[in-house]
Ligand binder design. Structure first.
Ligand code: C2E
Ligand code: CA
Ligand code: CA
Length: 694
């Protein structure tokens, strides 16, 4: 046998080429896994070429490092054939790695095929020397080289598959893996070479007509350079694209997540919104239908929230809502959905199908919200009204369930609030009634269905009538007389209160002018203003024109605004009230004591009169607390130079008490009920009130 030797620097060179080829392959396989469908083919072809040529050139460099004492050449056709095998098995490897799943059988078959490919490339490459007589292979080393080829291919496939994902340290892992794969393939190659024995006297049949040794070095260096440059270009592009796509993908995913969250949640309380709620509700319905389950839906609305918002401003109102949401959240189970669906409206979807359990939770919620809230040092009180609808007894569709829970909630509102109630069939009539009422209300002015009643006000000192408060009545063609409490909220909700209010102002002024002409020149006329009218920019102009129209002195008109209306947006209120006061119109603060306003604010309002809320007057005699409040209001009013009016005087005892406390004027059923204008004149003018005792 010939003694063979290795050129060490070429061995190193072949190791370097092997690692580079493996590294390229790993990079390319990652690209294939994440590339778009239409470029997958391109990546696959380019990758297979680079990897195939790389592996082959590793093998060829190894052959060049191997030194025989006779001249050696390589048959070109066989050499190209071995390159072809290398490229084909590389293509197979890349294709396998780019699949979604690498099953065990695919891994085994893949390793066998690729291992065969690598071995075939190696031994075909050896055959390109066309040794005569033929190379003798040692069976054990030959088998070992084939086994190494299988295992190296398997390990390579497996590593490449798991390193496809772009994680943060992937570049480092890839480099490590390339070394492992490179060394494995190289050891296969050198084991294969070690298996080859060349009998003394054998010659290379390709030495004369094959590729010259000078060529060999040139070719290998060229190919190695090609692989190198392809590898670096690929990995450079890859690196850039990978990081760019991963950054983009990450920020896209994040933006998507945020958008989805925003689209499905309420910004303020972070509770789910109506869209999310309705999604869950329809899921619950489907589920209940399939599995014959029951569940409940609650419609909740805060009582008194508007007043808090009006008096303390939106900032405090917002904080209150957050606290309310918190209290509710703490009392429901994680599987239930609570959503904020309007200003102070919430919906609760409860998987609880037992009415008794649902009632317990509703009860707990009402109690929890009824407890005072401490918002930035202010103690605030609101309450909760809940309507309950059960699936399937109160509805089987989303629309039905929500409508009926709403109707039940509305029922609670009309029954005094701060409670819960289950839906009952009769409640739906209420909703229809409201709709009908709204329809009629729109036509009421045109049909001249409104009239004013007048309630007399009396001076405490000389018991004379000092004027009247105009109170609106709706003479409904079918239902008869409707009191303002029953339609003004509806008129306010729909904005109809503005034209209705203008009608009231005009009619009251017209009446006042008539009475003045009849000789009652000292009387004043009080007209109620709703907060919506107060917010209307045309108010001051409307008042001025109306007074002019009836040639009425402004001092004969008193405008009553409730405490909460006046305190809402204090600066704006002051501006409007100041304009009215400058005109000479008198201002009365109605329902005083019911709201939360700080008495200090009162000083800044250009008001002439305070009307103590009739709620305090009602319990005055029995309740010492109310007496203390009235007494405080009276003394404060006196200090601020305001006239104090007590309304809702129903008993002699109340009358005496109020006179004793120092009120300036009185108004109430005891002294005179609201009545039509002609009756007012008849009874009051002759000094004989229907129940007058003054
Ligand atoms: P308000 O301004 O506090 O008017 C006084 C209400 O107390 C009137 O009810 C009157 O009938 C009632 N009242 C008077 N004396 C007594 C009494 O001794 N005992 C009891 N229990 N009640 C008494 P009414 O007329 O039903 O009006 C209710 C509310 O409707 C008014 O409360 C006012 O806020 C509003 N309102 C009435 N007319 C108008 C109007 O033209 N425009 C606006 N915006 N609101 C109006
Ligand atoms: Ca009033
Ligand atoms: Ca009042």
């Amino acid at each position: 046998m010939y003694a063979s030797s290795y050129n060490n620097s070429l061995v190193l060179c072949s190791l370097f080429v092997a690692i580079l080829a493996a590294y390229t392959a790993l990079n390319v396989s990652a690209r294939i896994a994440t590339a778009q469908r239409r470029v997958v083919g391109l990546w696959l072809a380019g990758g297979a070429f680079a990897m195939g040529v790389g592996t082959w050139s590793m093998h060829f460099t190894g052959m060049l490092a191997f030194h025989l004492p006779v001249p050696v050449g390589y048959d070109l056709t066989i050499t190209f054939f071995s390159i072809g095998i290398s490229v084909a098995s590389s293509a197979l490897a890349l294709w396998l790695v780019s699949q979604n799943k690498l099953s065990r059988s695919k891994l085994i078959w893949g390793s066998l095929l690729i291992g065969t490919g690598v071995s075939a490339m190696h031994y075909t490459g050896m055959a390109a020397m066309r040794m005569k007589p033929g190379i003798r292979y040692s069976p054990s080393l030959f088998t070992l080289s084939i086994l190494i080829a299988f295992f190296a291919s398997g390990a390579g496939l497996w590593i490449a598959f798991y390193l496809r994902q772009c994680t943060t340290k992937v570049r480092l892992y890839r480099l490590g893996a390339s070394v492992v794969i490179g060394v494995a393939i190289l050891s296969m190659d050198y084991t294969g070479m070690a298996a080859a024995h060349f009998p003394v006297g054998s010659i290379s049949g390709a030495a004369k007509y094959g590729v010259e040794p000078g060529w060999q070095a040139f070719l290998v260096i060229g190919v190695t350079l090609a692989v190198l440059s392809i590898a670096s270009i690929v990995s450079l592009l890859d690196m850039r694209m990978e990081s760019r796509t991963s950054i983009m993908a990450k920020s896209l995913a994040q933006a998507n997540e945020e958008l989805t969250y925003l689209a499905l949640h309420d910004n303020l309380t972070k509770l789910p919104n109506r869209t999310l709620f309705e999604g869950r509700l329809s899921q619950a319905i489907e589920n209940a239908e399939r599995e014959q389950l029951t569940f409940s839906v609650m419609f909740m609305d805060l009582d008194g929230y508007k007043a808090v918002n009006d008096i303390f401003g939106h900032h405090v109102g917002d904080l209150l809502l957050i606290e309310v949401a918190d209290r509710i959240r703490k009392r429901i189970r994680p599987e239930d959905t609570i959503a904020r669906v309007g200003g102070d409206e919430f919906l609760l979807l409860m998987s609880e199908g037992d009415p008794e359990q649902a009632a317990n939770i509703a009860h707990e919620l009402v109690a929890a919200i009824g407890e005072p809230f401490d918002i930035e040092g202010d103690e605030l009180r609101v309450s909760l009204s809940i309507g309950l609808a059960m699936y399937p007894s109160d509805g089987t569709t989303q629309h039905e369930l929500l409508r009926n829970a709403d109707a039940a909630m509305y029922h609670v509102k009309t029954q005094g609030r701060n409670a819960y109630h289950f839906f009952e069939r009769s409640m739906n009539a209420n909703v229809h009634e409201q709709l009908q009422l709204l329809h009629d209300l729109r036509l009421a002015i045109a049909h001249q269905e409104f009239i004013l009643h007048y309630q007399p006000k009396f001076d405490v000192s000389d018991q004379s009538v000092i004027g009247a408060e105009a109170l609106l009545r709706w003479m409904h063609p079918r239902r008869g007389m409707i009191s303002p409490d029953d339609f003004i909220p509806l008129a306010e909700k729909t904005g109809l209160i503005v034209p209705i209010g203008e009608w009231v102002l005009n009619e009251a002024c017209r009446q006042m002018a008539e009475w003045r002409q009849a000789g009652h020149s000292t009387w004043t006329m009080a007209v109620n203003l709703s907060s919506l009218q107060f917010d209307n920019i045309g108010l001051v102009e409307t008042v001025r024109k109306t007074l002019e129209r009836h040639s009425l002195d402004p001092s004969h008109l008193i405008l009553e605004v409730t405490e909460s209306t006046a305190m809402h947006d204090l600066e704006a209120s002051m501006r409007i009230l100041r304009q009215l006061a400058d005109m000479g119109v008198h201002i009365s603060i109605d329902d005083f004591g019911r709201g939360y306003s700080s008495l200090l604010y009162l000083k800044r309002l250009p008001a002439n009169e305070l009307k103590i809320d009739r709620g305090f007057v009602h319990d005055l005699v029995q309740d010492s607390g109310d007496a203390a409040i009235v007494s405080a209001i009276v003394s404060l009013g006196q200090k601020l130079n305001l006239k104090i009016v007590a309304e809702g005087v129903e008993t002699l005892a109340q009358q005496e008490f109020l006179i004793h406390l120092g009120c300036n004027s009185l108004q109430g059923f005891l002294l005179g009920r609201p009545m039509p204008a002609d009756m007012f004149l008849e009874t009051v003018a002759v000094g004989a009130c229907p129940s007058g005792v003054v």
